[in-house]
Design a protein around this ligand. Sequence first.
Ligand code: ADE
Length: 249
Amino acid sequence: MLTFYVLTLFPKIFISPLGESILNNAQKKGYLRVEIINIRDFTRNKYKQVDDYPYGGGAGMVMKADPIVSGIEWIKNRDSKAWTILFTPQGDKLCQDTLETLLDSHKSFILICGRYEGIDERIKNFVNQEISIGDYILCGGEAAAIVLIEALTRLVPGVLGGENSAKNESFFNSLLEYPQYTRPDKFRGIEVPRVLLSGNHSEINWWRRKQSLKRTLEKRPDLLRKANLNEDDIAFLEEIKLEFLKKEI
Ligand code: ADE
């Protein structure tokens, strides 16, 4: 069972993402447990104040370290091994490899969602890892926490169920996914590639493999370096690389 303790000022943000579809089922089936904890519950002042003006001046407010650290300690009293993650645009960029490492190394996570202009820098002494979900600025860490919960949960064996497992997909083998089609075979004049209607499974598999290779070469050539390629794959890539070069001349 994967457990997430989420420290946030906006617990309601999590209701819908956790209450639908795969994350909802994962909780019902006992693969996932999420505790949403309000940082405001750990304030010690009369007005339950969670932020304050920045030392040195400047615009905006800064989240106080104290309520968050008290929240972390409260959680750690019950689950001392929980791995503490702070969401920030300055953190390690989240990628599929990071997810796999996290899943292999930890069973429970404390996710700290910051808001406002930032959190008092001293919070960093109380976290294990800082994570960013991309080079852009969100209003807070809540959306990032949902991304992490979803991306990790779907890797837990059983969550997606048999056929539908995470194994066939982009990044599993460092290749982008091949294109998928469903009925009708002709939509607004656009036809499904013939081979997919042929019933010849070895031809279909090779066509899909070639599509994955071609897409990866075109869109994410950096991924090919890590991919598990056989001789046929390499020969095909050489062939289409030559075609690209000819087009460019
Ligand atoms: N908080 C604000 N922007 C963020 C980002 N890109 N990733 C993680 N946390 C954030």
